[in-house]
Design a binder for this molecule. Structure first.
Ligand SMILES: C[C@@H](NC(=O)c1ccc(Cl)c(S(N)(=O)=O)c1)c1ccccc1O
Ligand SMILES: [Zn+2]
Length: 258
């Protein structure tokens, strides 16, 4: 049966088809803030920097597990734990709950946010494509942004306003409007946790340098409701499409703030 988030095919069953589910560097994790190590050279050497070109049209896909925006413009992430390597923005997507008290994949001292936005990048300094990079230990970098209910996020409107037209799995559409991924980031992009992990969805490859911002961004109740009305590949409401935290094992989480 296809993997998903239901009792019959959810995260606790993924190890059957994807044995790496019990690997040494799986994601997400619970971020224990007191155990994270301040690492000045992560901060010192060169600050994390994003240089995204705004999309001139927005390509949205209901991939049966999430709503995904495919990026066509050149967008570069570098610095911080990535050093000099340039990682190119490939897509972004989200994970969310059926209610506001759950939905994020990473947790902070056990606290779950209502949703989590993932901007997925691949190492264009070392590999030729996302597909080439996806299985390499330094192949991917993902920005994790916590979402909390509050005021509407204007830049996210192009996605939340079109969820109704992307109801079923496989639905795709191109919206003729601009979108600047920079405006999906929190205002403070200096304070983050970073650690070596994996894709949080099958095939769970251990190829991701995670960068999780401390500051959440706000989406309105209506924007969160729009996500919950999507339908997944089994015809159920796409809700609770988050993997719970995996074991930290022998890893250290670094932080850029004191
Ligand atoms: C659900 C979707 N997964 C991704 O596209 C995905 C890719 C890379 C990363 Cl790094 C992540 S994540 N969540 O770790 O940021 C998620 C998916 C998976 C398999 C087949 C089809 C499909 O659409
Ligand atoms: Zn994700």
């Amino acid at each position: 049966a296809h993997w998903g988030y239901m009792t019959t095919n959810g995260p606790s069953t993924w190890g059957k088809d994807f044995p790496i589910a019990n690997g040494e560097r799986q994601s997400p994790i619970d971020i224990v803030t007191t155990a994270a190590e301040y690492d000045s050279d992560v901060l010192g050497s060169n600050a994390l920097s994003t240089n995204y070109t705004p999309e001139s049209e927005v390509k949205l896909v209901n991939n049966g597990h999430s709503i995904m925006c495919q990026i066509t413009k050149k967008g570069v992430l570098t610095g911080g734990p990535l050093g000099k390597d340039e990682y190119r923005l490939e897509q972004f997507h989200l994970h969310w709950g059926a209610e506001d008290n759950r939905g994020s994949e990473h947790t902070v001292d056990g606290k779950m946010y209502a949703s989590e936005l993932h901007l997925v990048h691949w190492n264009a300094s070392k590999y030729s494509s996302f597909a080439d990079a996806v299985q390499k230990p330094d192949g991917l970098a993902v920005l994790g942004i916590f979402i909390t209910p509050g005021v509407a996020c204007n830049q996210f409107k192009v996605i939340s306003d079109n969820c109704g037209k992307l109801k079923t799995s496989g639905a795709e559409m191109t919206v003729d409007t601009t979108l600047d991924p920079t405006l999906l980031l929190p205002s403070n992009t200096s304070d983050y946790w970073t650690y070596l992990g994996s894709l949080t969805t099958p095939p769970l490859f251990e190829s991701v340098t995670w960068i999780v911002f401390k500051e959440p961004v706000e989406y309105s109740k209506e924007q969160l409701l729009a996500l919950r009305n999507l339908v997944d590949s089994d015809g159920n409401h796409m809700q609770d499409n988050y993997r719970p935290p995996a074991a930290l094992k022998q890893r250290k989480v670094k932080k850029t703030f004191t």
